[in-house]
Design a protein around this ligand. Structure first.
Ligand SMILES: *Cc1c(COP(=O)(O)O)cnc(C)c1O
Length: 470
């Protein structure tokens, strides 16, 4: 046995032997275009040979002759597969879940022209913090502040790393060592790592909970106001809804109360939206502009949720409050980089030019049922020649995601597939582990692929991957 193992290990070719054979192999041509491709090929060859060495030590089920006869073709196939898989850690995936703002898949997609604007500023110098007219130092925020004010009707605006940072900054600036009054129904946790009570604590504020989980009245807030009150805070309930016997206090009512007692009122709008979802049949929710019009001192929201831009936390509101935020040393630690800024300016300009349809999030949310049906039917049709799976057109529901309109179920069409051999869990895993990971949803004994979130080229990749299933 030991002798047989040694014999086989000796039969494995050396790295340089493998590489010189691959150099004459047509199929490897695209991976060996120049000298710079050699390190990667060498790395793959080493990994495959190492793997072969380890498997020889495990079990021996065939004769040496059989082993030797298939050795080269096995190694060759494994090296080719390794070369075809993407080497980078961050990879493109196909989002076939129908969740438009999928946090695990990177939330909002940028519009192509916005992505080009970002690429331009990544490769070139810019006036990021340069006032071109005077030649003096400028502020990076001027590139978006005016736009944000115009779009929201606010007096002033400020941008930080994300909405969590925005809330933290508001707490730290205005409520450190003081009390913040929040309704019990709004003490939410968003995506596991952001919990309102904890963010308040991190910002140095003391939380004063009022009302009950399902009902909070204006008088609950009023009774809690005292000499230590720094602000009244309203928080969007984001990814959950309490239904039935409920009552919440609107932003407008809170502002009226705050004004009477001289206490500022701020709101974490969560996703926030410039665009009124009611026009798409979504339940009414105040847009950012409406929230600003209520007279809130500050309003914060995310850049990569319904806004459809980059990860960012945007704060708009009254000038005196924004100025205090700017003066806080924390803003330096929470500041956005130039690529984010370029993506944000580009996206805001699309709203400013009334080109909302260019924003992928809104395009996906407003696409017609008929278009979705045609698209799903096309995928089903393309899968018909594949005899190892069954594909059918089915109706289902998509989700907005990102904590926006959690109860909204958007009617959609999916391409449902199931394997003729093997089970659906294996197929889901197979789709996820191809050269481009395809993220799907298991529904009973089917895999649902919602076409709402598919992009150009995705259908072809799905068809090709499913051809490899057996
Ligand atoms: C999503 C969300 C946040 C966090 O926003 P990020 O931009 O992801 O940091 C905070 N509050 C609410 C209500 C949210 O929905």
């Amino acid at each position: 046995m030991q002798q047989e193992i040694h014999r086989r290990l000796r039969a494995l070719p050396a790295v340089h032997e493998v590489i010189s054979r691959l150099e004459d192999d047509k199929e490897f041509g695209p991976f060996m275009t120049n000298e710079r491709s050699l390190p990667r090929v060498t790395r793959c060859v080493r990994q495959v040979l190492q793997n072969a060495r380890e498997t020889i030590n495990e079990t021996i089920t065939n004769s040496f002759e059989e082993f030797e006869a298939s050795l080269w073709s096995t190694l060759r196939k494994e090296i080719l597969e390794k070369l075809k898989t993407v080497e980078t850690s961050l990879q493109r995936v196909i989002n076939a879940t129908g969740v438009v703002l999928h946090t695990n898949c990177g939330r909002a997609l940028l519009a192509p022209e916005v992505a080009r604007f970002v690429a331009e500023h990544a490769e070139r110098y810019s006036n990021l913090e340069l006032n071109i007219k005077s030649g003096e130092r400028g502020s990076r925020y001027v590139h978006v502040e005016e736009l944000l004010c115009r779009l929201t009707g606010a007096e002033a605006a400020m941008v930080v790393n994300n909405n969590a940072a925005a809330v933290l900054l508001m707490m730290n600036t205005f409520a450190q060592g003081k009390e913040v009054i929040v309704s019990r129904g709004e003490l939410v946790e968003v995506g596991g790592s952001f919990r309102i009570p904890e963010v308040l604590k991190a910002g140095g504020a003391k939380l004063v909970e009022v009302g009950a989980t399902n009902k909070t009245w204006l008088k609950d807030y009023e009774e809690a106001i005292g000499p230590e009150t720094a602000m009244l805070l309203k928080v969007h309930s984001s990814n959950y809804r309490i239904e039935g016997f409920t009552h919440t206090v609107s932003g407008a009512e809170l502002v009226e109360l705050g004004d009477r007692w001289g206490v500022p009122v701020m709101e974490d709008l969560g996703s926030g939206s410039f665009f009124d979802g009611a026009s798409l049949g979504f339940p009414p929710e105040p847009t950012i502009k409406q929230a600003v019009r209520f007279g809130l001192s500050l309003v914060s929201f995310s850049g990569d949720k319904l806004l459809g831009g980059p990860q960012a936390g945007i704060i708009v509101g009254k000038k005196v409050f924004i100025e205090k935020l700017r003066a806080n040393q924390l803003t330096r630690a929470l500041r956005i980089d130039k690529l984010t800024l370029a993506a944000l300016e580009g996206t805001l300009r699309l709203y400013d030019n009334e080109a909302v349809e260019e924003i992928p999030v809104w395009r996906m949310l407003s696409v017609s049922l008929e278009t979705l049906q045609n698209y799903a039917a096309k995928l089903v049709e393309a899968l018909k020649p594949n005899k190892r799976i069954t594909a059918e057109l089915k109706k289902d529901f998509s989700q907005v995601g990102g904590g926006a309109w959690p109860t909204v179920k958007l009617p959609t069409w999916v391409c449902a597939v199931k394997p003729k051999n093997g089970n659906v869990v294996e197929l889901e895993n197979f789709l996820r582990s191809g050269p481009v990971a395809i993220i799907t949803r298991i529904h009973k004994d089917w895999i649902f692929m919602d076409v709402r979130t598919l992009l150009g080229g995705d259908i072809e990749d799905i068809v090709q991957r499913l051809e490899e299933w057996n």
